[in-house]
Design a protein around this ligand. Structure first.
Ligand code: SF4
Length: 351
């Protein structure tokens, strides 16, 4: 289509949201915003971006921070590997790149946690390099406007969309073009029920003409979701409780939660208390059950977590029967630790 870029840039100038990371050419701050916005909505990510930019205004500040401070600041945003990569990369930038953000697409792509989309975003927004971004918004706009039915999650589809996106990019204003097409996808060509009657591309849009807006883009595979059942044991003894740092290769690495018994299905209270895992955890300790919470449902991209919190009042000091990797703390100190959003919700509501 002729003038595709000019049309969306004109639309963008009139409709764009005023977002803080759009008012800077500082590659570090743009990178920060891009990592925060992976898997996160703009309205949720905004407060985190502002907190991080204030606490760590430069690569050096972030590189020098300790890991627990970074994780605590990230708390509630989910997908915690992003925070770990962000911190590790800041250290590499500080030590190997003399604290300067690389300006070539190829170098940016070597950074941990940075894929093709993020590298193109940083290279174009900060350095005006002509690399097209292709995210969910771009897939949607291109598939609808140009009538592309190749699945966006197939390797052939990805190639086709990347080629087209790079042909369409405005070489003189690649940063603006990329911002414009993403914003257009987010605000105008929305996933569900876009208002095509007011769209500046409607006279050239395949999906609008053929009435297939809701059918595009096409996806090949459905994501498989695994159900997991978490039984958290919240031990209490004279103002102390027990937590652990999650170190195994699983969700929420380096965050803290309570001792956990995971089961493959929801167990009744009787079955849980009679299970070998429960006996192993409690040993011969005398205890009483304080309460059992209702089930908290927490949805991640590939997992659904169903969690219950079981308050166990122990008659013995917790250190006397819990294994070494469990940390005994004062109950009131729990707020000093970075915990998953699920645990935070429980603490807010019930503790
Ligand atoms: S006409 Fe509708 S489907 Fe086509 S680009 Fe505009 S909003 Fe999207």
């Amino acid at each position: 289509m002729k003038h595709f870029s000019a049309k969306i840039i004109t639309w963008y100038r009139q409709n764009k949201r005023d977002l803080p990371w759009r008012n800077t050419k500082d590659a570090y701050l743009i990178w920060l915003s891009e990592i925060i916005l992976q898997q996160t909505r703009v309205d949720q990510g905004m407060a985190y971006y502002l907190k991080f930019a204030k606490e760590f205004p430069t690569i050096k500040h972030l590189a020098k921070a300790d890991n627990d401070t970074v994780m605590k600041l990230w708390q509630g945003l989910g997908y915690y590997s992003r925070a770990r990569n962000l911190h590790a990369t800041a250290k590499i930038l500080q030590n190997d790149f003399k604290g300067k953000f690389p300006d070539s697409y190829a170098d940016i792509l070597t950074l941990k946690g940075v894929g093709e989309y993020t590298a193109a975003a940083i290279a174009s927004f900060a350095f005006d390099k002509p690399h097209a971004v292709v995210d969910g918004n771009v897939f949607r706009v291109l598939s609808r406007v140009f009538g592309i039915e190749t699945p966006i999650d197939s390797s052939i589809g990805k190639k086709e969309f990347y080629t087209l996106a790079n042909e369409l990019i405005d070489k003189k204003m690649p940063g603006m073009h990329n911002q414009a097409i993403m914003e257009f996808g987010a605000l105008q060509c929305k996933p569900v029920n876009p208002d095509c009657s007011v769209c500046c591309l409607n006279s050239n849009c395949y999906a609008f003409a053929k009435k297939v807006v809701q059918e595009l883009p096409i996806k090949e595979k459905k994501t498989k979701v695994r159900n997991r059942y978490f039984n958290y044991i919240v031990f209490k003894y004279k103002g102390t409780t027990a937590i652990r740092k999650r170190v195994e290769k699983d969700i929420w690495i380096n965050l803290h939660d309570f001792p956990l018994i995971e089961t493959t299905k929801e167990l009744t209270e009787e079955k849980l208390l009679a299970s070998p895992e429960w006996k192993k955890m409690i040993g011969k300790t005398k205890y009483s059950i304080g309460s059992i919470s209702s089930t908290y449902k927490h949805i991640l991209s590939h997992q659904k977590i169903f969690a219950r919190f079981i308050i166990v009042n122990s008659e013995q000091p917790l250190r006397s029967f819990l294994p070494e990797e469990i940390i005994i703390i004062k109950e009131m100190d729990i707020h000093k630790y970075a915990v998953p959003r699920l645990v935070d919700l429980f603490l807010e509501k019930e503790i």
